[in-house]
Design a binder for this molecule. Structure first.
Ligand code: NAD
Ligand code: WQD
Length: 343
């Protein structure tokens, strides 16, 4: 079998998935423009795997010439496509950037794949495509109603993949809708390293616990949930990584387009997450309830049944492991990966 090309492989979920792929014996080629990642993540992935990547190309997926050269240099069997921008607030401020990077980038990737005769892709979609769900747990057939440009880029890319798969039955595409990825590899050597102040709950909590930030703001204490704070389906990033390996293994048996939720099927509130993190870290997480964050939903968790049926995959790591692994990464790397010497 040829190599797996991983776009965005230096990023948070990509780096953990590269490790899982190397450990499963795949040849792995990475393309990343390093817009939101450091080279150091992949150095550590190789050290943990005890194996090298087949190649790492610093390139932008919108650059068809650069992508063409990558496909020309390797025999690629399938693509795992993580590359994209993901900050909801930034997408509201600068939608053109998001449509260009995420949607046009994917169109360029699909073009070059078709020209190279590579017609198998696993795509990083998001539970954000469901918007404010009418009911939980959320099944894959729930209506799509994203509430921001970032979420719409995911919805549009899914539609493009559906059209491509309908037009040419040689194409196989799996859209994985992730719920809330958290945690880190159990070694604590790789993890999430957000640039600037984190937007997401868990990296924020971790930075408060380590003393890098003074206090967490809990966005809303009056939601119709058991303790009034928002409820989400947090999923360990290594479970997510293994979900990609399963999707690749099953790709031959999944013609056309397949859409699958990757979540645990259970939700935790913000206050439950804080308590679990305090227990795992042995550190206090000072926090204060403030106004709701605009655009947030009360509760969101997955129906994970289809992933079990089609991929033979279930999340295995619980909340305690998520927090312990996140803390191991944060406490051993309080400044993340630091600065790459090459910039
Ligand atoms: P990340 O920012 O850590 O990883 C994305 C990677 O893509 C980065 O390494 C970045 O440098 C690279 N990249 C961005 N634009 C590129 C381009 N034009 N060309 C080449 N490389 C480019 O984010 P992540 O959390 O690892 O997310 C990976 C994917 O999963 C994204 O598509 C994201 O939208 C999706 N997703 C993430 C979450 C989450 O909460 N983390 C949830 C659902 C879906
Ligand atoms: C979780 C809970 C907040 C920060 C986002 C994107 C989504 C997906 C995953 C990519 C909510 C609360 C948060 C804080 C808080 N990404 N919170 N204080 O909003 O579920 O999803 O990331 O696809 O598209 O929207 O995740 O981690 O930001 O928030 O109280 O400082 O924590 O209100 O209830 P969210 P999150």
């Amino acid at each position: 079998m040829g190599a797996v090309l991983v776009t965005g492989g230096a990023g948070y979920i990509g780096s953990h998935t590269c490790l899982a792929l190397l450990q499963a014996g795949y040849e792995v080629v990475v393309v990343d423009n390093l817009s939101n990642a450091k080279r150091e993540s992949l150095r550590r992935v190789e050290a943990l795997a005890g194996r090298a990547l087949a190649a790492f190309h610093v390139a932008d997926i919108r650059d068809r010439n650069a992508l063409g050269a990558v496909f020309g240099a390797h025999e690629v069997a399938a693509v795992v496509h993580f590359a994209g921008l993901k900050a909801v607030g930034e997408s509201v401020q600068n939608p053109g950037l998001y449509y260009d990077n995420n949607v046009c980038g994917t169109v360029a990737l699909l073009d070059v794949m078709e020209a190279s005769g590579v017609r198998a892709i696993v795509f990083s979609s998001s539970a954000t495509v469901y918007g404010d769900p009418a009911r939980v747990p959320i099944g894959e057939e729930a209506p799509l109603a994203p509430t921001n440009p970032y979420g719409r880029t995911k919805q549009f890319i899914e539609a493009i993949l559906a059209d491509q798969a309908a037009a040419d039955r040689r194409w196989r595409a799996v859209c994985l809708r992730y719920f809330n990825p958290v945690g880190a590899h159990e070694s604590g050597r790789i993890g999430e390293d957000p640039a600037g102040v984190p937007n997401n709950l868990m990296p924020y909590v971790a930075q408060v616990a380590v003393g890098r930030l003074p206090e967490l703001q809990v966005f809303g204490g009056d939601y119709p949930t058991p303790d009034g704070t928002g409820v989400r389906d947090y999923i360990h990033v290594m479970d997510l990584a293994e979900g990609h390996v399963r999707a690749l293994e099953r790709l031959d048996a999944l013609p056309g387009l397949t859409t699958v939720n990757l979540g645990t099927g259970r939700g935790y509130s913000v206050l439950e997450m804080i308590s679990a993190f305090e227990r795992a870290s042995g550190r206090p997480v000072p926090h204060r309830v403030v106004e709701r964050r605009p655009g947030d939903v009360a509760a969101c968790w997955a129906d994970p049944q289809r992933a079990a049926e089609l991929l033979g995959w279930r999340a295995e790591r619980g909340l305690e492991t998520m927090c312990e692994d996140a803390w191991r990464w944060q406490s051993a790397n309080p400044a993340g990966y630091g600065e790459d010497e090459e910039g």
